[in-house]
Design a protein around this ligand. Structure first.
Ligand code: PLP
Length: 394
């Protein structure tokens, strides 16, 4: 008997998943509803919509049909009940966290997070009395002891930016669940194509959609997905009232990007694997960190929770910051830029760029050294990327 599937495979859903063409005159691609507001048929209809007695659009900060299609798409891809779109990845991070905590609460955070997430947590602590602390999430005892009476959220990034350290999601989620604590996973580095934290039991997954989901380096955006009641609350509170919403045109660009996510990710991954093989044998490179390294003690974990090792490689140049900067200045094809997941191969120096806001002491404790470079493998010919890196390291 043929296998009856509830859902089509991800590659197909990326293209056909959430969009109902029949509701939009058969338009092959989703239309852009470039409008700020929506006219009501009558005063009574306006009243009913505001009262929540009739579904329908009111004002684009509260909901927009193009943005809705994208929100349905991310929910579908992450196997969530609902999704929400934001004007940036940081709007997703801050809105999700602010919807989950109140003054006096505590957030337990994986050691090493995105630089601005670190900045946001510091600000929340200083100004709003929302405490946090960073722990090694692979230390089970530390996780158990780190969850206090007032801990409302366990916040995890895996792989961690830029050290590529992985966190065992299953274990962390299990401990948090026992204690009734919400688990939020920043899945930016993987995209739903490589890792699906909700399937492992996480409560909320979020993305800087600026990266792999967009894939073309032309949008700043964020996405989140989770249970319908949480997403509804998020939309009616922090998203609506703090206002970090996504523009309809950006939603359209992301829907366009999503169609090729699987094809792009496969290529990012094969290019990264190729570059890892070359980098690990290069005399100027003292260390390479890559989840697909069979010699790494996290290789088994990578295989367990990621379908492929991803497109990012972090490596250390011998000679520290001076030499690392010299290498960057010699590159011709590879672009010296922050961000990741674009068609172009990008390289950056975390200590002086993405993680410059992190005090040196914390930065070194996170393992972000002065000679460290983070490379996002693009979609170019792998040999061409390597030749550029090789000439720059001469
Ligand atoms: C880029 C990034 C963010 C922030 O996203 P923006 O779209 O730049 O606001 C958050 N988390 C991770 C892991 C990122 O790489």
């Amino acid at each position: 008997m043929a296998r009856v599937r509830e859902k089509k495979d991800l590659e197909t859903r990326l293209i056909h998943g959430a969009y109902d063409r029949q509701r939009h005159h058969g338009s092959l691609t989703p239309p852009i509803y470039q409008t700020s507001t929506f006219s009501f048929d009558s005063a009574e209809q306006g009243e009913a919509r505001f009262a929540g007695n009739e579904s329908g659009y009111i004002y684009s900060r509260l909901g927009n049909p193009t943005v809705d299609i994208l929100e349905k798409a991310i929910a579908d891809l992450e196997n969530a009940e609902a999704g929400a779109a934001f004007g940036s990845g940081m709007a997703a991070v801050s809105s999700v966290l602010m919807a989950l905590v109140r003054s006096g609460d505590h957030i337990l955070v994986s050691e090493g997070v995105y630089g601005c997430t670190f900045g946001f947590l510091e600000m929340a602590q200083e100004r709003y009395n929302i405490a946090h602390n960073f722990i090694d999430m692979n230390d089970e005892k530390a996780v158990r002891e780190g969850i206090k009476e007032n801990t409302k959220v366990v916040y995890v990034e895996t792989p961690i930016n830029p050290t590529m350290k992985l966190i065992d999601l299953k274990t962390v989620i299990q401990i948090a669940k026992e204690r009734g604590v919400t688990v939020v996973v920043d899945n930016t580095f993987c995209s739903p194509y490589l890792q699906q934290p909700l399937d492992m039991g996480a409560d909320v997954v979020l993305h800087s959609a600026t990266k792999y989901i967009c894939g073309h380096g032309d949008v700043i955006a964020g996405l989140a997905a989770g249970k319908a009641d949480f997403i509804q609350e998020l939309k009616m509170t922090t998203l609506k009232d703090m206002g970090g919403v996504m523009a309809p045109f950006d939603a359209w660009l992301l829907l366009r990007g999503l169609k090729t996510l699987s094809v792009r990710m496969d290529r990012h991954c094969t290019n990264a694997a190729f570059l890892f093989d070359k980098l690990k044998d290069h005399p100027r490179v003292s260390k390479v960190i890559y989840p697909g390294d069979p010699a790494s003690d996290q290789y088994d974990l990578a295989k367990k929770q990621m379908s492929q090792p991803g497109g990012l490689i972090t490596f250390e140049i011998e000679g520290g910051k001076k030499v690392a900067q010299k290498v960057l200045n010699k590159l011709k094809l590879v672009q010296v830029a922050v961000s990741l997941g674009d068609a172009e191969t990008l390289i950056q120096h975390p200590a002086s760029m993405t993680h410059a806001v992190v005090p040196e002491e914390n930065r070194l404790a996170m393992g972000i050294t002065d000679g460290m470079l983070r490379l996002s493998a693009g979609l170019e010919n792998a040999q061409d990327i390597w030749e550029d890196l090789e000439q720059a390291m001469k």
